[in-house]
Design a protein around this ligand. Structure first.
Ligand SMILES: *[C@@H]1O[C@H](CO)[C@@H](O)[C@H](O)[C@H]1NC(C)=O
Ligand SMILES: *[C@@H]1O[C@H](CO)[C@@H](O)[C@H](O)[C@H]1NC(C)=O
Ligand SMILES: *[C@@H]1O[C@H](CO)[C@@H](O)[C@H](O)[C@H]1NC(C)=O
Ligand SMILES: *[C@@H]1O[C@H](CO)[C@@H](O)[C@H](O)[C@H]1NC(C)=O
Ligand SMILES: *[C@@H]1O[C@H](CO)[C@@H](O)[C@H](O)[C@H]1NC(C)=O
Ligand SMILES: *[C@@H]1O[C@H](CO)[C@@H](O)[C@H](O)[C@H]1NC(C)=O
Ligand SMILES: *[C@@H]1O[C@H](CO)[C@@H](O)[C@H](O)[C@H]1NC(C)=O
Ligand SMILES: *[C@@H]1O[C@H](CO)[C@@H](O)[C@H](O)[C@H]1NC(C)=O
Ligand SMILES: *[C@@H]1O[C@H](CO)[C@@H](O)[C@H](O)[C@H]1NC(C)=O
Ligand SMILES: *[C@@H]1O[C@H](CO)[C@@H](O)[C@H](O)[C@H]1NC(C)=O
Ligand SMILES: *[C@@H]1O[C@H](CO)[C@@H](O)[C@H](O)[C@H]1NC(C)=O
Ligand SMILES: *[C@@H]1O[C@H](CO)[C@@H](O)[C@H](O)[C@H]1NC(C)=O
Length: 512
C-alpha cells in the first residue's frame, strides 16, 4: 500500500511540478486575521491561495491552539473562518494564540495531498483593544504625543472593532476622560475636543464601558416591531399602497419609545462643561429593548471595558523670531546678528545661504539642527561675494517650524557705493547751488522792489515841513504813501526833492 501511494505521489509530483513542490516553501497561501480580539467577540481569518487554478478541489483545514478545528471543502482560491472565544470558557486563555491552515488538494478519489499551509497569530484579550489618538488638525509638525498649546486637540479613543461588530450591537457606550486628574469629561462619542493651553506633560486616560446586545441592532427593528414589519412585507404586492403605508407603519414604531424615556435619562450626564466638547461618532441604540425582552427569553447583553492611555507633552509653538543687527555690510565685514525667539524649549536651528532673493517654499527643513535650550544665539557668517544674499534661518521646536529669511546686502567699497556716494553729494550740492542762485535772484529782485517803495516815500505834498513836528510829518507821509499811488512819476521835481526829504529829519533832530 505505502509504496503505491509514494509512487503515485512522485508521479503526480512530476506531472504537476508547480503545485506539490511549492507546497511548503513558497508564500502562496496568504493568511490574515482581524486580531486582536476580545473575549465574546469573533475573530475573522481570511486566506488566499494565490496560485489557485480553476477546477482544483480543495480542503481547507482550520485549527487553533485551543482545540477548535474545522474542515471546509471549498473549491475556490479564497476562504475565511471565524472563532468566538466566550468569556466563561476561555477567560484563562488570553494572550497570544495561533491559528493554522492546511490546504489539501484532491488528486484522486480519497487521496488528498498537502497543497499549502500557513499560520497566523493574534492576541486574545479580556479588555477592549484600542488606543487614544491625539490629533491637532493645523499643527505643522505633528509628531507623536507632542501637542501645541495654541491649537485645539482632538483626542479619540480608537477601539479596534473589525467589521463594525460592536458598533452594530451597541446598546450603551460611555467614554470617560481623565486628563492629569484635573479634567474629567464624559462622552457617549469617542472624541474629545479640548484646548490644552498650559505647556507640560499630561497623562490622558480614556475609560470605555460598552454594553453589547447579542444580535445586530438596526435602527428600525426591535423584538416587538418585527411582527409589524412582517405584516408590512406581506401586503407588498399592492405596489402603490405600501409605499404610502410604509411611513405610516414606521410612525407606529414610536410606541416602543416611551420606555426609552425612562432609560435615556442617564444619557445626557454632561453638566455643560466649559473647556471641552464631545465629538465623533459611535451609534448607540439604547438598552431598553434588551431589558424589556431580556427579562423574558433570549436577549443577553455583554459588558466590555476598555482602558486606553497616552502621555502627551504640550509645547508652545514658536510665534516670534527677532533678529537684530546690521544686514547691510561692507565687503569683507562679518555678518553678526543676534536671534531671539519665543516658544518651548528645546529649539533646533540651522541656516541656508542663498544668492539673491530667496522665495520660501515652506518645506525647507533642518537635516542636522543645532540644538539649544535658550533661544538667544548669534549668527556669524562671512560672505565672500558682494551682492544680495538671503540668509535663511530655520528654527523649530517640537510643535512648530519657523522659516525666517534675512536679506543681506554686501556692498563693494570701491565701485557701487562710490557711485551713490558721488551722486548723492553732487545732487545735493546741485540743489544747494540752485537754491542759492534762486535765493540771490529773489533777493535782488525783492531789494529792487524795496528800493522803489522807499523811493515812493513822498513828502513832496508838504513843502512847508519846517512848521510841523516829526510825528505829524510821518503821519502825513504815511497817508500820502497810501494815497500816493496816483503820483505823477513824471514830475522830475519830486525826484529832485528826495534828498531834501530824506535829509530833513536829520536836520529836525539837530534842531531838537
Ligand atoms: C503566510 O501569510 C502571510 C500573511 O498573508 C504571508 O506574508 C506569508 O508569506 C504567508 N506564508 C506562506 C508560507 O504562505
Ligand atoms: C462565522 O462563520 C460562520 C460560517 O462559517 C457563519 O455562519 C457565521 O455567521 C460567522 N460568524 C460571524 C460573526 O461572522
Ligand atoms: C484648520 O484646519 C481645518 C481643516 O483641516 C480648516 O478648515 C481650518 O480653516 C484650519 N484653521 C486654520 C486656522 O488654519
Ligand atoms: C494652529 O497652530 C498654528 C501654528 O502652529 C496656527 O497658525 C493656527 O492659527 C492654529 N489654529 C488654531 C485654530 O488655533
Ligand atoms: C501632569 O501630571 C504629571 C505627572 O502625573 C506631571 O509630571 C505634569 O507636570 C502634570 N502636568 C501639568 C500641566 O500639571
Ligand atoms: C408599481 O408602481 C409603478 C409606478 O408607481 C408601476 O409602474 C408598477 O407597474 C407598479 N407595480 C405593481 C406590481 O403594481
Ligand atoms: C418621561 O417619563 C416621565 C415619567 O417617568 C414623564 O413624566 C415624562 O412626561 C416623559 N417624557 C416624555 C417626553 O415622554
Ligand atoms: C479652543 O480654542 C479655539 C480658539 O482659541 C476656540 O475657537 C475653540 O472654541 C476652543 N475649543 C474649546 C473646546 O474650548
Ligand atoms: C476628531 O477626530 C474624530 C476621529 O478621527 C473625527 O471623527 C472628528 O470629526 C474630529 N473632530 C474634529 C473637530 O476634528
Ligand atoms: C521681538 O520684538 C518685539 C517688538 O520689537 C517685542 O515685543 C518682542 O518681545 C520681541 N520678542 C522677543 C522674543 O524678544
Ligand atoms: C519669487 O516670487 C516672485 C513672485 O512671487 C517672483 O517674481 C520671483 O521671480 C521669485 N524669485 C525667485 C528667486 O524664484
Ligand atoms: C518643496 O515642495 C515643492 C512643491 O511644493 C517641491 O517642488 C520641492 O521639491 C520640495 N522641496 C523639498 C526639499 O522637499
Amino acid at each position: 500500500m505505502k509504496p503505491i501511494i509514494l509512487l503515485l505521489v512522485t508521479v503526480i509530483g512530476v506531472s504537476h511540478p508547480g503545485n506539490y513542490v511549492s507546497a511548503n516553501d513558497d508564500s502562496n497561501l496568504l493568511l490574515t486575521n482581524s486580531g486582536p480580539v476580545v473575549l465574546d467577540m469573533p475573530i475573522w481569518f481570511h486566506a488566499e491561495l494565490i496560485d489557485y487554478e480553476e477546477g482544483e478541489e480543495l480542503e481547507w483545514q482550520w485549527s487553533d491552539d485551543l482545540f477548535h478545528a474545522e474542515s471546509i471543502y471549498l473549491n475556490a482560491g479564497t476562504a475565511s473562518w471565524n472563532i468566538t472565544y466566550d468569556y466563561e470558557t476561555y477567560d484563562w486563555y488570553t494572550g497570544r494564540r495561533v491559528v493554522s491552515l492546511n490546504v489539501k488538494k484532491k488528486f484522486a478519489p480519497f487521496i488528498w495531498l498537502p497543497r499549502a499551509k500557513n499560520s497566523t497569530d493574534y492576541t486574545l484579550t479580556t479588555y477592549l483593544n484600542g488606543k487614544v489618538s491625539v490629533v491637532q488638525p493645523n499643527v505643522t509638525l505633528q509628531t507623536l504625543d507632542r501637542i501645541s498649546t495654541t491649537n485645539t486637540t482632538n483626542l479619540t479613543a480608537v477601539i479596534h472593532d473589525p467589521r463594525d461588530y460592536m458598533k452594530q450591537r451597541t446598546e450603551m457606550i460611555s467614554f470617560s476622560w481623565i486628563i492629569n486628574n484635573t479634567v474629567h469629561a464624559s462622552c457617549s462619542t469617542p472624541s474629545l475636543i479640548i484646548n490644552i493651553t498650559d505647556p507640560g506633560d499630561y497623562n490622558i486616560q480614556a475609560n470605555v464601558v460598552i454594553e453589547l446586545a447579542d444580535h445586530v441592532i438596526t435602527t428600525t427593528t426591535s423584538t416587538t416591531t418585527t411582527t409589524t414589519t412582517t405584516t408590512t412585507t406581506t401586503p407588498k404586492p399592492s405596489n402603490k399602497t405600501t409605499t404610502t403605508t410604509k411611513p405610516t407603519t414606521t410612525t407606529p414604531t414610536p410606541p416602543p419609545t416611551p420606555p426609552t424615556n425612562v432609560t435615556t435619562t442617564p444619557d445626557p450626564p454632561s453638566p455643560t462643561p466649559p473647556d471641552w466638547k464631545c465629538d465623533g461618532y459611535w451609534p448607540e441604540y439604547g438598552f431598553y429593548r434588551s431589558k424589556a425582552a431580556g427579562s423574558g427569553t433570549y436577549s443577553r447583553s455583554i459588558l466590555k471595558l476598555g482602558y486606553f492611555n497616552v502621555k502627551v507633552s504640550a509645547s508652545e509653538p514658536i510665534t516670534q523670531v527677532n533678529v537684530t543687527g546690521n544686514t547691510w555690510l561692507k565687503h569683507g565685514a562679518l555678518l553678526n546678528l543676534s536671534v531671539l525667539c519665543t516658544g518651548s524649549k528645546p529649539w533646533g536651528y540651522c541656516s541656508q545661504i542663498h544668492p539673491g532673493n530667496y522665495n520660501v517654499t515652506g518645506n525647507e527643513t533642518c537635516y542636522t539642527p543645532t540644538m539649544t535650550n535658550d533661544c538667544n544665539f548669534p549668527i556669524i557668517h562671512y560672505f565672500r561675494d558682494a551682492g544680495t544674499h538671503t540668509y535663511l534661518l530655520i528654527i523649530q521646536n517640537d510643535v512648530s517650524l519657523k522659516i525666517h529669511p534675512i536679506p543681506i546686502v554686501i556692498y563693494n567699497v570701491d565701485r557701487k557705493p562710490q557711485l551713490s556716494y558721488i551722486i548723492i553729494p553732487v545732487s545735493c550740492s546741485l540743489i544747494v547751488i540752485i537754491i542759492i542762485v534762486f535765493g540771490i535772484a529773489y533777493f535782488i529782485q525783492s531789494r529792487d522792489r524795496y528800493s522803489v517803495e522807499v523811493a515812493d516815500f513822498d513828502f513832496g505834498a508838504s513843502e512847508d515841513t519846517e512848521y510841523k513836528t516829526l510825528c505829524e510829518q510821518l503821519k502825513e507821509a504815511f497817508t500820502q504813501a497810501i494815497k500816493g499811488q496816483d503820483w505823477d512819476s513824471d514830475d522830475d521835481s519830486k525826484w529832485l526833492n528826495r534828498s531834501q526829504i530824506v535829509e530833513r529829519p536829520r536836520i529836525l533832530e539837530e534842531e531838537d
